[in-house]
Design a protein around this ligand. Structure first.
Ligand code: SAM
Ligand code: SF4
Length: 329
């Protein structure tokens, strides 16, 4: 699959549910209205869609959400999808998770061929953790990270950089992550969906944070890539890596290799644009994949060049109305 700008699309992110057992303040409002269950694709339908994408050239698949591990019978879907790892059609099956269910599932995930996962963690302070996630239990996430590492899964931490929340703590988080053999990626907040808070109060440009970090660490630019938009540096003092995901201060769209599928079968060609393609109707219209394949080709044919995110006092509305939990980040 090649888009109008010559970019090869070989990475699919699938939001398997919009629900979550946390309510991170930058991601969701406290009282979210979730999709009625009847709107969701079944696990069999998700498998059929993902398998067609793999047939059409997707080499890497990431399950996300909402919280992917709270979808009922999610391990069944992961088990089904893992057959593509065995045949070699898929290079990688991975997930982004808040870690709350990992102690339960880590061993099974490892058995099914999941080699790397991203765990989102914005603070190491249990009280602050409760404040930012509203509902999360820090000790469960720690137990989840332990379980994943014990199962031999490589864990990368994702931390959203938040002004006056974790900016001063980030050096400590870097030391902690690197001490446990984990890379850490820092992410700028993106203006997606209505939340209670003012995003200008949360937004911390990573260019600023990087300057702060340079006072404490020697950062060396490296070519390391994991297939995503993060640009990595190596920290001389710890030997570990820090990734910077900077949608706001540095537009990373030119190397975009991905599309995003929601749990209702809507395909978003860009995280930061409203345009989407409905794949549920062609999926359900026939048992064969021809209609579906054509709908995917049409969608890829109109993948936009990039997003138009801006956060400042004049642009204080979400750039897109949907929350990150819909398209999965
Ligand atoms: N629940 C899982 C988790 O938290 O890892 C997966 C879904 S979550 C939407 C994926 C990632 O998006 C998380 O790392 C989260 O911190 C990030 N995220 C959520 N809302 C965001 C926003 N408005 N801007 C930037 N990152 C955001
Ligand atoms: Fe849930 Fe992840 Fe959003 Fe937090 S960031 S509310 S864990 S979906």
């Amino acid at each position: 699959m090649i888009d109008p700008f010559g970019r090869t699309i070989d990475y699919l992110r699938v939001s398997v549910t919009d629900r979550c057992d946390f309510r991170c303040t930058y991601c969701m409002s406290e009282n979210m209205t979730f999709l009625p269950r009847k709107e969701l694709l079944s696990l069999e339908e998700l498998d059929r869609l993902c398998s067609l994408f793999i047939e059409k050239g997707v080499r890497r698949l990431r399950l996300t959400g909402g919280e992917p591990l709270v979808r009922k019978n999610i391990m069944h879907l992961i088990g089904q999808l893992s057959r593509h790892l065995q045949t070699g059609a898929l290079d990688e099956l991975t997930l982004t998770t808040n870690g709350s269910q990992l102690s339960r599932y880590a061993a099974e995930l490892a058995d099914l061929g999941v080699k790397r996962i991203n765990v989102s963690l914005d603070t190491l302070d249990p009280d602050k953790f409760r404040a930012i996630t509203r509902w999360g239990d820090f000790s469960r996430v720690m137990a989840g990270i332990d379980a994943a590492q014990e199962a031999g899964i490589k864990v990368k931490l994702n931390a959203v950089a938040l002004k006056n929340f974790n900016d001063l703590e980030i050096p400590q988080m870097i030391r902690w992550a690197h001490g446990r053999g984990m890379d850490i990626t820092l992410i700028e907040t993106m203006p997606m969906g209505e939340i209670e808070l003012d995003r200008t109060d949360q937004y911390l440009p990573l260019s600023l944070l990087r300057t702060q970090l340079q006072r404490e660490f020697s950062l060396e630019e490296i070519a390391y890539k994991t297939g995503g938009p993060a640009r990595y540096v190596k920290v001389a003092e710890t030997g570990g890596r820090i990734g910077f995901i900077t949608p706001m201060t540095h537009n990373f769209c030119e190397s975009c290799n991905r599309v995003r599928l929601t749990c209702t079968g809507t395909l978003y060609m860009c995280l930061g644009q409203e345009d989407a393609a409905d794949l549920r109707a062609p999926l359900r219209a026939s048992e064969g994949n021809e209609l579906l394949s054509e709908a995917i080709d049409r969608a890829i044919g109109r993948k936009p060049k990039g997003h138009d995110f801006i956060i400042d006092r004049r642009h204080n509305r979400p750039a897109v109305s949907r929350h990150m939990s819909v398209t999965g980040g």
